[in-house]
Design a protein around this ligand. Structure first.
Ligand SMILES: [Ca+2]
Length: 287
């Protein structure tokens, strides 16, 4: 069994300070410096049980320290976000709700049809977001093969319209893999019990069963969840929120995700603003 990261941090700080320093300056670990400082007592350099919150919310995930800020002045280059310039916190949340509220809701059957025949169909093929497996189809496939994943699970509050059919959080997935994800929270797996195509299920650093999408889908998943939280005024569990904030930056929107957002706008009249401007995620402190 692997030792949870927070325990390893304490062990390292007590006995192997040099090792800790080497880890901190390794490429890609720069963000850990600030986070780790938050868990160190300034007097003796040892982890303090009373203020090691940074270590506590890690849970096996890469520590999140926020993404690079884009100056508001540069946002003029993206007219889709121009109405949001300068807004943060509740003001931003309210402005986002104005943008995404009252979309044109499809029936669930209609949404499923659009996924398989239009928005996720590329030259007659549809890809499972969790495994990368492609199937050839120009219709809604058999439910035994591939179906629709509710990133915000139906059992979490997406079981009625319009949330149930909101394409901004629906994706195609191999049926058996969708069942494996079930309604487990998203997180970073450190003890793998199942894996397929880069996605994993298993225990995170707190010993909770979580599902981790493959890297290519981590950001898409995160932005779908932040969208859902704002659109439907639903809270994201704190541990999951810390993880997916990091995923938002680790897997920034690419042309495929942006094109998907365009297609959804044609059908629903609204977009996922976090796909257009992923920096917005960090300008709301709690979802
Ligand atoms: Ca992606």
């Amino acid at each position: 069994m692997r030792v949870p990261l927070r325990v390893r941090y304490k062990f390292s700080l007590h006995g192997l300070h040099l090792l800790v320093c080497l880890v901190l300056v390794a490429p890609g670990c720069e963000n850990r410096i600030t986070e780790l400082d938050g868990g160190i007592d300034a007097d003796d350099g040892l982890a303090d049980d009373g203020d090691n919150q940074a270590a506590d919310f890690d849970g096996g995930a890469d520590l999140y320290d926020g993404g690079p800020d884009r100056p508001w002045a540069d946002w003029d280059s993206d007219p889709r976000c121009s109405s949001l310039i300068g807004l943060e916190g509740e003001q931003l949340r309210n402005a986002l709700v104005e943008l995404v509220d009252n979309h044109t809701a499809l029936s669930y059957e209609g949404a499923r049809d659009e996924i398989f025949t239009d928005i996720d169909n590329i030259d007659g093929q549809v890809q499972c977001v969790y495994t990368g497996v492609w199937i050839t189809t120009d219709i809604v496939p058999s439910n035994d093969i591939m179906n629709v994943e509710h990133t915000w699970c139906q059992s979490w509050g997406a079981d009625t319209l319009p949330a149930k059919s909101d394409l901004n959080h629906l994706f195609p997935a191999i049926t058996s893999v969708n069942s494996t994800r079930s309604n487990y929270p998203f997180g970073e797996v450190i003890e793998v019990s199942w894996s397929n195509g880069g996605s994993k299920r298993g225990l995170d650093g707190w010993g909770t069963v979580v599902f981790e999408p493959r890297d290519e889908h981590k950001g898409d998943c995160a932005r779908a969840l932040f969208y859902f939280s704002v659109r439907y005024n639903m809270e994201i569990e704190d541990r999951m929120e810390q993880v997916i904030r990091g995923w938002n930056w680790a897997d920034l929107p690419d042309a495929k995700e942006e094109t998907r957002c365009d297609r959804i706008e044609q059908l629903q009249d609204t977009r996922n603003p976090f796909v257009d401007c992923p920096e917005l995620v960090d300008r709301i402190s709690n979802y």
